[in-house]
Structures are given as structure tokens and as C-alpha cells.
Design a binder for this molecule. Structure first.
Ligand code: SF4
Ligand code: SF4
Length: 462
């Protein structure tokens, strides 16, 4: 059997049954079946080129566009067993509202901000900081899209306020009753599933934008199919399964970590259900499947700054303090405020070093057929596994399994002239970009109208 190959930057998957390579052009959203003896045929290559089939990966050169992630608190009312952030109800690390506003102000001064994402801990426990940021953005007349990652236990009044500000929610829910409560209890020990499901149903009722984020462990594996059906039954549109990683408190839960095979297998079952029940699937492995890139995520690329309560600026949401073991790699600066004003100090060399990590740098990725649609996986994971020049095997096997199966799946759907639920990741983020552009356009028109009216006021002498 022939192996899959990288074909002019595109994945070429060997299909034994067709006796041909399935070549996927993400930018053109096109497939081609090609016999192996025609792979380097000049006529064929010319035709591909003419059709724009070989469009290169993007490096996203819009230097001025930035997103910020604000870790507004390390506190949390839940005590999930696998919490990567080690959050507790007693953590005293929270971002002062003045600091959150100062960061927004400074970043809006330096860049065009397209997204503001609130995370924690449970970010709604520091609502004053969130509200001050939203108010200040309004005063500055900027219109970022707001995201929040929440455990879904906030009171309805808080959810209502966020819906009113058009937040896009990520709600963590690990599945129907036992599946969720096993790892995600309140600090007092009682299960949180009832509260979270009420929030999900409320978001559906209010037609809010949200996804359900499911952390897959050995314990909820048997319940996942039922849980995805529950989502479809109750009007959820986006489901986001990811395997649990042994970080933070989860470091001692190695027995709960699923194997790559288990995850790839359950993922394909979820995809079948999602197609049948009209759900969208979101997953980190699919991030670049429709927009090939040389880097894994906008953070590693330096497009997203994560601001921590201690003022440190990190390029990864997992590095939430200066004392993190990987802080010397991911912390690229700090925010400070004193009598002379506010400031952001950046170590550009460090940011540059991080930017260089990715499928171009990783030896193991250079010849991989998925090089530009996988982009090497998460640098944090690789470094955590002690690998600076290649992706850790666990992550690599999951991404390879999911991406290969996804390309073949999308191809088969395309043959039936059907779209695929696997476009969920692209849709979830793309929709927000479209929305953001519409807001900018609206704001621009308004400000032009204001300028025009002040310039040409009747009776004005110019
Ligand atoms: S809800 Fe999130 S922050 Fe809170 S304990 Fe669970 S994983 Fe940690
Ligand atoms: S991480 Fe694995 S699947 Fe991804 S590009 Fe590298 S070798 Fe390929």
C-alpha cells in the first residue's frame, strides 16, 4: 500500500479502493483524484495551477489586528478534578477592574482589536472587571467581539447581561449526569450538571451564540454518543469535544486520559451523529483545515496576547503566571501601571522565537502530508512533553487520525453534494468575523456621517 504524501503543500491521501491519491485543496475547497503515475505530469500540474489549486498557506500578515484574552480571575466555584488552571474558590488572584480597563485602553491604542476573550477560573466571578471593559470599549467606540469561557453556573441575570452585549459563549459540559458530575463538582462536592444544563437550555431559548465544550476522559467516553444526542434534542448547534490533557490538577489523573485511538474512534462516532442530527463540530485539530497556515494558533503566532492577573503577558492560555514552569518561553512581557501612566513592555526576541515554532520548524512535521492543515500542533504541549523540535506523539497521533479521516469524510459528503459538520470550527469563528466586520462598517458609516454633518453644517462658513 502506498503512503500519504505532501503534494505541492497539499495533503494527498492514498485511497486503496480508488487506486488513486485524494488531493485536497483547502483554499479552493476542491478535491482531485489522481493516479500515482500522473502526480508529476506537467499537463496535470499546469491545469491545477490554472485553477488556483495550489494556493499557498497563509501567514496572516495583518500585523495590526490583535485579540486579547483577559484572565480576570483564578477563582472558581467548581473544583474540576482535571482543572489545568488549578482554580479554587479560595484563589485570591483576580484582575482589578482598573487593570482590565488599562489593558484594553493600551492595546486599543497600539492595535486594531478584533476580539476580547474572558477566561479564568470562572470569569463571571469577576463581573466588575468584565463590565468595565465592555463599558470602556463603548467609550472608545471600538467594537471587538466578546468571548467568554464559562462553567455555566452563573446566575441568569449575569447571563442576560452578557447576551445583551452579544457575547459568544463557550460552556463546559462533559455530558449527561454521571458523565459531567464525575469530574466537575462544585467545591462542596455536589454535582453541577443541573445548573450547567439549565444554562445551556437558557442560551438556546435566547438564541445566543455558544458552543458546548466537552472534555473527553475515560469516564465519560461511554456516555458521549448519548450526550451529543441530548445536545441535538435540545437545540444546541455547536459541540466541541477535546481530550483531557494531564495539566494542572489533571497531572495526577493519568488513568483518565484517553488514548489517541479511543479519541479518534469516539470522534468519528460523534461526527456521524452530528451529520445525522445537524450539529456542527468544533475541534482544535480542525482549526486550519479550511485555512492552511504555517502556525498552529493565533497565540503562538503572536496575534493574541493573554493578560494574567499578575500583569504578565503570555502567548498561551495555559501559562497564567510568571511562576509557571514554561513562563520563560511563553511570557513575552508585562503590563504595568504607575503614576506615569500605563505601559506594555514586550520582549520581541522571545515572541519571535515562539513564532518560529510550528510545522516548518518541527523535524517530524516537515515531510508530513498534513503539514499545512495541521501546522504541527500546540507548542505548549510539545514543550511540556520535553520536545522543542517535534510534536509529542500523543497529540500527533490524534491530529493525524482526526485530520485524515475528516478529509476523506468531507470528500465523501461532497460527492453527495452535501456540506459537512466538520466545518464547525471555521463557522464558529468565521461567523464572528463577519459580524465584527459588519459592526466596523456600521461604526465607520456613523462616524463618517458625524464628520460630514460637522463639516457641512448649514450656516457653517468654511
Ligand atoms: S470550571 Fe474551569 S476553571 Fe473552574 S475548576 Fe473547572 S476547569 Fe478549573
Ligand atoms: S503534528 Fe503530526 S500530524 Fe501534525 S503535521 Fe506534525 S507530524 Fe503531521
Amino acid at each position: 500500500m502506498k503512503s500519504d504524501i505532501l503534494f505541492h503543500q497539499l495533503p494527498a491521501i492514498w485511497l486503496e479502493k480508488e487506486d488513486a491519491y485524494l488531493i485536497y485543496s483547502p483554499r479552493q475547497r476542491e478535491f482531485a483524484l489522481l493516479r500515482s503515475d500522473l502526480l508529476e505530469d506537467p499537463m496535470v500540474l499546469r491545469k491545477f495551477r490554472q485553477r488556483g489549486f495550489f494556493h499557498p498557506s497563509s501567514d496572516d500578515s495583518s500585523e495590526q489586528v490583535h485579540s486579547i484574552v483577559l484572565v480576570v480571575t483564578k477563582r472558581c466555584n467548581l473544583q474540576c478534578e482535571y482543572c489545568f488552571a488549578n482554580s479554587t474558590p479560595w484563589a485570591d488572584s483576580a484582575m482589578a477592574p482598573e487593570m482590565a480597563v488599562g489593558i484594553l485602553h493600551k492595546m486599543a491604542d497600539l492595535f486594531r482589536l478584533d476580539r476580547v476573550h474572558f477566561i479564568g477560573g470562572e470569569p463571571t466571578l469577576n463581573l466588575p472587571a468584565i463590565q468595565r471593559v465592555v463599558d470602556h470599549a463603548r467609550e472608545l467606540k471600538i467594537h471587538p467581539v466578546y468571548y467568554i469561557t464559562t462553567n455555566g453556573t452563573a446566575p441568569q441575570s449575569v447571563i442576560d447581561w452578557m447576551i445583551g452585549q452579544r457575547f459568544i459563549f463557550t460552556v463546559s459540559w462533559d455530558g449527561i449526569k454521571d458523565a459531567h458530575d464525575r469530574h466537575r463538582p462544585f467545591a462542596g462536592g455536589q454535582g453541577s450538571v443541573k445548573n450547567v444544563q439549565e444554562t445551556i437550555l437558557y442560551l438556546v431559548k435566547k438564541n445566543a451564540d455558544f458552543r458546548v465544550r466537552m472534555t473527553v476522559t475515560k469516564s465519560n467516553l461511554p456516555y458521549l454518543a448519548k450526550s451529543v444526542h441530548w445536545c441535538a434534542d435540545h437545540g444546541v448547534k455547536f459541540v466541541h469535544p477535546e481530550p483531557m490533557r494531564p495539566d494542572g490538577r489533571g497531572a495526577i489523573l493519568l488513568d483518565s486520559v484517553v488514548s489517541p485511538n479511543e479519541f479518534v474512534q469516539v470522534f468519528s462516532e460523534i461526527v456521524e451523529i452530528a451529520e445525522e442530527r445537524s450539529l456542527w463540530i468544533v475541534n482544535s485539530a480542525l482549526s486550519n483545515l479550511f485555512e492552511p497556515k504555517q502556525y498552529f494558533c493565533p497565540s503562538a503566532r503572536g496575534r493574541t496576547y493573554h493578560f494574567n492577573p499578575d500583569g504578565s503577558i503570555s502567548l498561551c492560555y495555559q501559562v497564567q503566571a510568571m511562576h509557571d514552569p514554561l513562563s520563560d518561553v511563553f511570557t513575552i512581557g508585562y503590563y504595568s501601571a504607575n503614576n506615569n501612566g500605563t505601559g506594555i513592555t514586550l520582549d520581541r526576541n522571545r515572541a519571535e522565537r515562539l513564532r518560529s515554532l510550528g510545522s516548518d520548524a518541527y523535524r517530524s512535521c516537515r515531510e508530513c502530508f498534513l503539514r499545512y492543515v495541521c501546522s504541527g500542533g500546540c507548542p505548549y504541549r510539545s514543550l511540556k512533553a520535553g520536545r522543542s523540535r517535534c510534536t509529542d506523539p500523543w497529540t500527533c497521533q490524534i491530529r493525524m487520525g482526526i485530520l485524515r479521516a475528516s478529509i476523506v469524510h468531507i470528500y465523501k459528503r461532497a460527492l453527495q453534494e452535501k456540506g459537512s459538520c466538520l466545518e464547525g470550527t471555521f463557522r464558529f469563528y468565521h461567523k464572528t468575523i463577519v459580524e465584527r466586520e459588519a459592526r466596523y462598517a456600521q461604526a465607520r458609516i456613523k462616524s463618517e456621517q458625524q464628520n460630514t454633518s460637522s463639516r457641512y453644517k448649514p450656516g457653517n462658513k468654511t
